[in-house]
Design a protein around this ligand. Structure first.
Ligand code: NAP
Ligand code: F7E
Length: 348
């Protein structure tokens, strides 16, 4: 049987790396789109080339979501069965600094892919996955968000992803395209970007423990997030494209924790006994053993608007996709800590 071909936009990111390995394991031929950068940006996928079973089925190609002709040429060249759009300016706080660029890549970039598929007359052949996000729920007051929860985005990132969501649905309805929106809640892993809060906390606490860093500076300690593992979430993406009918699905764990709770869990696992003192911007954590302040809050890490509370209801995915998260927060933190310690030892 002929192998299926998958084209992944955003292959160098956290999810792109996990999805590539997942699809290669399933015997797909994988084409990943990377953009040009001044330093090598393929760290997360370099190990694929070390695997004799994978490397011959994995190809990297240059492209950019802001460049419609590159997208069209890539789709024409690869002639994929499945296209995964994971490429994005994915940092919520940064989207307030570069709103137009975030809208261009995340919103129009999605449209450019859909339109390329359509203009190549591949709309009945190619299956399309769009990386949607719980950030689209924004300021919703619903306490357990599902596919019917109204979007109320509160950042340029959230707004750009709403455009991508609706244009994906529009192409599905208007042209009969097999196009699915995943509405994924936060998912992390050892290869999470270093400026996202989970990775920042774990990296910071370990460096403090090792005496390489004095303090960790954070923003809002009281927003709540539903954190899962990227490895589980890429499986859900693939499952969406294996259904008879295209549809949209919420993917989350159904559990929610504050940033402070995440810090407390991670410090406990690292045997760092901390005590919180002060309030508001003056709140800080003290290392009980040596009485040193190791965590402080800084205004620069607060956003102009915050998504205060997220908790995903993945009942539909459980029923239709037969998907459920396998890795929950405690095991996620354990894996992130283990990887970080191994990595920091490698450097010395
Ligand atoms: P990530 O680590 O930030 O990866 C984003 C990827 O997009 C990277 O490969 C990046 O390339 C690429 N990219 C950025 N701008 C691009 C452009 N103009 N043209 C082509 N590629 C571009 O994000 P992630 O955590 O893997 O998330 C994957 C997708 O899911 C994103 O769309 C994100 O918005 C969405 N999402 C993530 C979460 C989550 O919790 N992780 C939850 C819901 C939705 P470089 O490596 O060169 O920067
Ligand atoms: O922030 C708070 C911050 O940047 C989580 C992206 O993958 O998930 C991610 O977006 C929370 C926020 O993730 C710091 O204010 C406190 O409330 O790790 P984050 P995010 O904004 O939830 C969604 C689902 C996506 O789609 C996005 O692509 O933590 N927080 N102190 C901090 N956040 C950061 N980054 N840094 C801090 O120092």
């Amino acid at each position: 049987m002929k192998k299926k071909r998958a084209l992944i936009f955003g292959v160098t990111g956290q999810d792109g790396a996990y999805l590539s390995k997942f699809l290669l394991k399933k015997k797909y031929v994988v084409y990943g789109v990377k953009r040009r950068s001044s330093i090598i940006n393929t760290k997360r996928i370099d190990d694929i080339y070390k695997d004799i079973n994978y490397k011959s089925n994995f190809t990297l190609l240059y492209g950019d979501l802001t460049d419609a002709s590159s997208i069209l040429n890539l789709i024409k060249k690869v002639n994929p069965n499945e296209v995964y759009n994971l490429a994005a300016q994915s940092h919520v706080q940064v989207s307030f600094e570069v709103p137009e660029y975030s809208a261009d890549v995340n919103g129009l970039g999605t449209l450019r892919i859909l339109e390329a598929i359509r203009s190549l007359n591949l709309e009945k052949k190619v299956k399309f996955y769009q990386a949607g996000t719980s950030e689209m729920f924004g300021s919703t007051k619903e306490k357990f968000q599902n596919e019917k929860t109204t979007f109320q985005p509160v950042s340029p990132y959230g707004v750009s992803k709403c455009f991508a969501h609706w244009i994906t649905k529009n192409y599905r309805d208007a042209y009969g395209m097999f196009a699915c929106n995943g509405i994924l809640f936060n998912h992390e892993s050892p290869i999470r970007g270093e400026t996202f809060v989970t990775k920042k906390i774990i990296q910071g606490l370990i460096r403090i423990k090792q005496g390489k860093q004095k303090k960790l500076f954070l923003g809002n300690l009281y927003s709540k997030r539903d954190w899962g593992h990227a490895k589980d979430y890429v499986e859900a993406m693939w499952k969406m494209l294996q259904q008879k009918k295209p549809d949209d699905f919420v993917i989350g764990t159904g559990k929610t924790f504050t940033i402070k709770e995440f810090v407390n869990k991670a410090s406990k696992k690292l045997n760092l006994n901390i005590k919180w003192i002060g309030k508001g911007i003056k709140e800080k954590a003290v290392n009980i053993k040596n009485k040193k302040v190791i965590i402080e809050c800084r205004r620069r890490y607060f956003r102009p608007l915050e998504v205060d509370y997220l908790k995903g209801n993945a009942t539909k995915a459980k029923k239709i996709l037969k998907w459920a998260p396998k890795i929950l927060i405690d095991n996620l933190i354990d894996e992130m800590i283990e990887h970080e310690i191994e990595n920091s030892n490698d450097q010395h």
